[in-house]
Design a protein around this ligand. Structure first.
Ligand SMILES: Nc1ncnc2c1ncn2[C@@H]1O[C@H](COP(=O)(O)OP(=O)(O)OP(=O)(O)O)[C@@H](O)[C@H]1O
Length: 219
């Protein structure tokens, strides 16, 4: 069997006396889209952030292509996130003073390899060519979400961590985003962990798990 892209083991997170999850294990294969379901407050976002070392976990190991993310120092973690991860979070973090195209191009710029052709390709893929020079305040919520998705994928990350990426979108644009994610996984042999409350989005994933009572169960 292929070596998984991501292997997480023994993940434990507590807030005070509340145990959010304990000894969780998770693997993601190259090319795989895994939907993570669960009630509000069950800890999905915390798990997603924990995998990327954006939030400290109490215990656990996260291997991304054999590299132990949680064992890296902060600058090593930042470099790994910049180069290998793509994030789509509920709060968009679209920078208000940058145009749409500059927001989308930012991950490439931060890596010292600006690429206007790739940015244009991503804007076309999310249907925002006409808005490329607009500022975020001129966009609707759904358009902003598509900017965030284009930016999350522009640098061809091997792991995409997506928290409700279609939450704000009408069905047509939600499908467009899911197709774009799929294409990314196929082209890069990347993987995606998709937190969603949408039954439709979950149905498009390869596998579904539910975070329930601090454990991952098949959904
Ligand atoms: N910094 C914190 N301190 C204490 N408790 C926290 C903290 N951050 C999150 N929690 C708690 O952890 C639990 C899980 O939160 P989390 O955001 O991971 O849930 P979720 O499953 O992603 O929910 P949703 O579907 O609503 O986004 C919640 O009960 C929340 O109150």
């Amino acid at each position: 069997m292929d070596v998984p892209l991501l292997t997480a083991t023994g993940l434990t997170k507590r807030y005070g006396s509340q145990t959010l999850f304990e000894h969780l294990s998770l693997t993601l294969q190259h090319g795989e889209m895994l939907a993570l379901l669960g009630e509000s407050g069950s800890g999905k976002s915390t798990l997603l952030n924990g995998l990327a070392a954006l939030e400290p976990l109490d215990r656990g190991q996260v291997l991304l292509q054999g590299r132990d993310i949680l064992a890296l120092d902060e600058s090593g973690q930042a470099a790994l996130r910049r180069e290998q991860l793509g994030f789509v979070f509920q709060a968009f973090h679209v920078l208000p003073h940058l145009t749409v195209q500059d927001n989308v191009g930012l991950p490439l710029l931060l890596q010292g390899r600006p690429d206007a052709t790739r940015v244009a390709e991503m804007l076309a893929a999310v249907g925002l060519e006409a808005q490329s020079r607009h500022l975020p305040r001129q966009l609707s919520g759904g358009q902003l979400q598509r900017v965030a998705i284009a930016r999350a994928l522009v640098h061809r990350p091997v792991l995409v961590l997506a928290d409700e990426p279609t939450g704000n979108l009408d069905p047509r644009h939600a499908d467009q985003v899911m197709q774009l994610l799929r294409r990314q996984l196929r082209e890069q042999q990347a993987a995606c962990l998709l937190v969603t409350h949408s039954a439709h989005a979950a149905s498009l994933a390869d596998r579904r798990l539910r975070l329930e009572g601090g454990q991952l169960v098949d959904a």
